[in-house]
Design a protein around this ligand. Structure first.
Ligand code: SF4
Ligand code: SF4
Length: 334
């Protein structure tokens, strides 16, 4: 009966609509393929964990970050946080418009935002890394938008890692995009993401997510609980008042207002990545030199290059190979 109301749709129509709504990149993945390949089998997050009915396709939308704030080299600059938050707001609004458009055509749809985590997974530790309900970078790879880099950030041919993602789940029977087989990442011989990382969270095809979170969400829940605990523990009314009126509390308040600095923060690894057609013309002059680099980081990268050249087993690579893609050297990486 319901099919009577369904307007036939094609993948091209969906992508044209998403672009008209403001998305810069759009790809469509087969929900069944994502079901069959959870990025972390021990902690699978699949479309069916969100909806048993409407996850037949995972439509991944990307919005590029503005180059103007990417060119600001301080990872903690609040202009970056606010501009990025506005890009996210715009993409979320575009995703919602796409949902209503799909539903007007007869296909129920659901947004997977990049900031929403499953509250049932919270175990009383504000520092524990909690991912989104579906890994959007992995879904983007399945949707043909790019491949994962050395620290598992999504790289796209158009904008490198300088994009924010959402997904729309919808069981609309349209053609899916093909996953890219070849890695876009230049690997540890580039290593610019590792060289710049203020928290030293970039590993060999891995990331220390808990350390990264303290930078990419500098005024998030962990910082809020730290600040309140410090306030409660302060041993005099003067110290309590000073903490209450401190810049950290002011920034927490600002971040709660809009989410800027709470749901986003550091993205230096994305800024300096040379992958992406935008890098040379828009960014290279401002971002070529990396002030955070150190001899110790150079040495660590040299060790990674040597390990790959020697065909050593790289623990981070194997489980993520599907999404990192095949590398020139990867034929010898295990
Ligand atoms: S977001 Fe910042 S802290 Fe996290 S890996 Fe990238 S550079 Fe490092
Ligand atoms: S900065 Fe270099 S190593 Fe890091 S993700 Fe980009 S291409 Fe790969």
């Amino acid at each position: 009966m319901f099919d009577v109301y369904r307007r036939p749709l094609s993948a091209l129509q969906i992508k044209d609509k998403a672009r008209a709504l403001g998305a810069d990149l759009v790809g469509i993945a087969d929900g069944a393929v994502i079901e069959a390949h959870p990025p972390d089998p021990a902690n699978p997050k699949r479309p069916s964990d969100i909806t048993e009915l409407d996850g037949g396709r995972v439509i991944v939308l990307a919005k590029r970050f503005s180059a103007g704030v990417t060119r600001i080299t301080d990872w903690g600059d609040r202009h970056k946080y606010y501009n990025d938050e506005l890009a996210l707001t715009m993409l979320e609004a575009a995703s919602l418009d796409l949902v209503y458009w799909l539903e007007d055509a007869g296909y129920p749809a659901i947004i997977v935002p990049p900031t929403h985590v499953d509250p049932w997974r919270y175990r009383g530790n504000p520092r524990e890394h909690l991912g989104t309900l579906l890994s959007l970078p992995h879904a983007a790879v399945e949707a043909g938008l790019g491949t994962l880099g050395l620290n598992l950030q999504l790289l796209t041919p158009e904008f490198g890692p300088r994009v924010i993602l959402t997904a729309v789940l919808c069981s609309v029977e349209v053609e899916c995009d093909a996953r890219m087989e070849r890695s876009l990442c230049l690997g540890p011989s580039c290593g610019r993401c590792l060289k710049t990382c203020p928290g030293d969270a970039v590993k060999h095809w891995e990331r220390d997510w808990e350390t990264c979170d303290t930078y990419r969400s500098p005024y998030g829940f962990a910082k809020l609980t730290d600040q309140i605990e410090a306030l409660l523990d302060a041993d005099s009314p003067e110290k309590k008042k000073a903490l209450l009126r401190s810049e950290a509390t002011f920034n927490l308040w600002q971040s709660i207002l809009r989410g800027a600095g709470a749901i986003n923060g550091c993205r230096r690894c994305a800024d300096v990545c040379p992958v992406g057609a935008d890098y040379e013309p828009m960014l290279k002059d401002a971002l070529d030199s990396i002030a955070e680099n150190t001899p110790a980081k150079e040495q660590r990268l040299a060790g990674m290059v040597a390990a790959e050249a020697a065909g050593e087993s790289i623990p981070g690579y194997g489980p993520q190979r599907r999404w990192i893609g095949e590398r020139v050297l990867a034929r010898s990486i295990k």
